[in-house]
Design a binder for this molecule. Structure first.
Ligand SMILES: Cc1cc2nc3c(=O)[nH]c(=O)nc-3n(C[C@H](O)[C@H](O)[C@H](O)COP(=O)(O)OP(=O)(O)OC[C@H]3O[C@@H](n4cnc5c(N)ncnc54)[C@H](O)[C@@H]3O)c2cc1C
Length: 320
């Protein structure tokens, strides 16, 4: 285990933004992870795990503790139960299910990042969600490994027990009870999704995915719903389509208020999707934060809706 000092976190985030981690280590095994945590505890330092860095906004000041990058991976199957290690790229898991004709993960094709990060953020897209076939999660709770079963981590939209208890670290997870399907059909579906994604997030875009969580319709008062619906209709948006999954896209709210293309420094809201905040190159975390805050405030003023970031903020003194 090699602990580095003053490692620029911009190197480890999809956004390519972020000041230094005071200490940084790659954990290539569960033992190395435990060792790294003990090291941080002995030095009285805070610590945090990251993996693919695809859902992070790290402050320009960085992180004053130990960042542990989860770097152990692997997929195995026994008696219909698939075990996946936390650092496995989510795409490898999706490909595995597709190749084995297991229906239930193919529409997550193209979501960047690791399996552990996906469980942490309850990732999903176009109908499939990482929770759907999740049976149990082996996690590290302090010094002890413990298995959490389905009813213990059952959570809502883009939420998880791991978000609420940051000391729980996902080590590996078990999946099962997939319906059987034709691998070729699943492959076609996955490719269709990938093509749609490439339109929404071209490979060259430096962004952390959707910045804000979408708005759950159930959480709105009737008045708020009416106001949002009428503004969306005025803007020519098809409410039936937007409401299909019981949510209003945060991007639609920002778009109708004129957010597309708005820019602070080198951070811009993309022209094709108002919930994508892009680093045009050499961008600063502070500019990103200010732009996000500006549009969060505008949505709040107009609709009384408090947008919540989906992206995890690291090393900021103020919350969004
Ligand atoms: C272009 C683009 C498109 C995206 N599209 C989608 C989408 O369609 N749907 C969607 O849901 N998300 C999407 N995302 C967001 C992102 O891909 C997911 O949130 C992903 O699951 C994060 O995984 P990661 O390994 O990159 O996590 P990181 O960004 O490294 O970390 C994110 C959080 O997870 C925690 N974490 C990571 N690993 C562990 C672990 N083993 N144990 C405990 N906590 C852990 C970290 O502490 C951190 O708080 C997109 C991102 C990008 C860049």
């Amino acid at each position: 285990m090699k602990i580095q000092e003053n490692t620029p976190l911009a190197l480890y985030t999809k956004l390519q933004i972020g000041g230094p981690a005071r200490y940084f280590v790659e954990a290539g095994s569960i033992n190395e992870l435990k060792e790294a945590i003990s090291w941080a505890k002995e030095k009285n330092l805070g610590y945090m795990v990251i993996a693919g860095g695809s859902n992070l906004l790290v402050s320009d000041e960085g992180y004053n503790g130990l960042i542990i990058r989860i770097n152990f991976s692997g997929i195995s199957q026994k008696d219909g139960v698939i075990t996946v290690k936390a650092g496995t790229p989510l795409q490898e898991f999706v490909d595995y299910t597709v190749e084995h004709g297991l229906d239930g993960a193919s529409t997550m094709s193209g979501i960047p990042g690791s399996l552990g990060g996906a469980i942490y953020g309850s990732a999903g897209a176009y109908g499939d969600n990482i929770r759907d076939h999740l049976k149990s999660v082996l996690s590290l709770d302090g010094d002890n490994a413990k298995t959490l079963t389905r009813d213990e981590f059952e959570t809502g939209y883009r939420d998880s027990i791991f978000k609420r208890n940051k000391k729980l670290i996902i080590l590996e997870a078990e999946f099962g009870e997939f319906a059987k399907s034709d691998p070729d059909e699943l492959k076609k579906e996955a490719e269709k999704i990938l093509a749609t994604r490439n339109g929404k997030y071209p490979q060259s875009v430096k962004c952390p995915g959707s910045f804000f969580k979408n708005v759950v319709l159930e959480d709105l008062s009737t008045r708020q719903k009416d106001e949002v619906n009428s503004a969306l209709l005025d803007f020519g948006k098809d409410i039936a389509v937007l409401e299909k999954f019981g949510k209003i896209p945060a991007g639609a709210l920002i778009e109708i208020l004129g957010g597309k293309g708005d820019r602070i420094g080198q951070i811009q809201i993309t022209l094709n999707h108002a919930n994508t905040f892009e680093n045009l190159g050499g961008g600063q975390a502070l500019d990103f934060f200010q732009l996000a805050k500006k549009w969060k405030n505008k949505v709040k003023e107009k609709f009384g809706i408090e947008l919540e970031p989906e992206v995890q903020l690291v090393g900021f003194k103020e919350s969004l």
